[in-house]
Design a protein around this ligand. Sequence first.
Ligand code: LLP
Length: 434
Amino acid sequence: MHRFHYVGNTLQCESVDLAAVARLYGTPTYVYSAATVEDNYRRLAGSLGGVDVQLCYALKANASLALLRLLANLGAGFDLVSGGELRRVLAAGAKVDRSVFAGVGKTEAEIRLALESGIFALHAESEPELARINHVAGQLGRKAPVAIRVNPDVDAKTHAKITTGRSENKFGIPLKAAVAAYAMAAKLPHLEIKGVQMHIGSQLTEVGPFVEAVEKIAPLARQLQRDYAISYFSLGGGIGVVYQDALASGGQAWWNALPAERRPLTPEAYGAALTPLLQPLGLKLLLEPGRFMVGNAGVLLSRVEYLKRGQGKNFLILDAGMNDLVRPAVYDAYHEIVPLQRDTSRRALKADIVGPVCESTDCFARDRTLQEVGEGEYVAFMSAGAYGYVMANRYNTRPLPAEVLVHGSSFELVNARETFEQMTIGERVPAWLK
Ligand code: LLP
């Protein structure tokens, strides 16, 4: 569920007219709904009744300082994967004592920063990393809190490029090798074993793979509780969001109309399936959702530049490009595209919806049918809150887009569009060329 809907024929976010945002701040612009993020947080946090849950929002999905602060105010910790992300959490005015540090390639400097900042735990992904964390903690004269990411080798049934829990992926330590890895960690004097971690992939729309992974890891968790008195089990992230019917899925009616077996994964179904497996362990539970928390809470606004009618093919050319929203080009991802001003009297248009970047892959949708729209009108890409802005780049010397946060009937620019000067600030022409 989310707070983007037509009021009359005008697309609104909460009580804000999105066309007004587009006119004021220009396009391409990401717009986020604070109420949707709050709803998502509360729904997931409440879905595992009876279990002690700590939500660690994976800010790789959307690292906007405004959203980080919003989530911190709700009680969230964070799942970070770089020193930069750690500094973002601090810059947002939050602490990292409820946060975990994941990732396969942590540098010594990043480990030091995390320990000095009082991180809740580091999630180690290999034996050499355990040794490195031990080494850095020793230099600092302290013990590093750690958990090991265990790879349960399950099929997450998601896009091959975003699955992580198979043995052929680079992530984690295979389940077979986990006991030995923990034994190694226990011998290192500057480590404190705190938990066990898994993450099997992203955009999961069924609960089955989660159940399978938890069932595989639960016996290990029990053994680690006995041997090392671990206190938590981290389940990772991965709960998917609706892309296909993104706009309609904002309302309860859409969910009610779907037969239960066709309903995409909800936090309630996730909690209902996993609570019976997790509660008996008596461990604290860490969840690291990224996409679920913000995916349906954001849209990308874009302006139509041209409608180019071709022979047998139309092209709707937008001012947003693959640099602003890379998911369609990289993952063949589907994003629903809707007009900000609905007009049911207009004809339907079938077109390839493309950006201005000089690449054939700069195509958001092929042969998509939507209401005919023309130059100067606006459209919104739905479900663009996760892995949207954070993956944007400057290809074709296009500035990073702006970001706006909506709260009820008010909205505010929370990240200004990049300027040319900002894009080129570090560049120099050497004196010998002048
Ligand atoms: N924890 C770990 C260890 C992860 O690797 C990830 C995501 C998450 C949590 C959060 O997963 P989520 O709840 O967002 O599914 N750029 C891709 C998605 C990459 C996900 C990477 N890891 C996309 O646009 O679909």
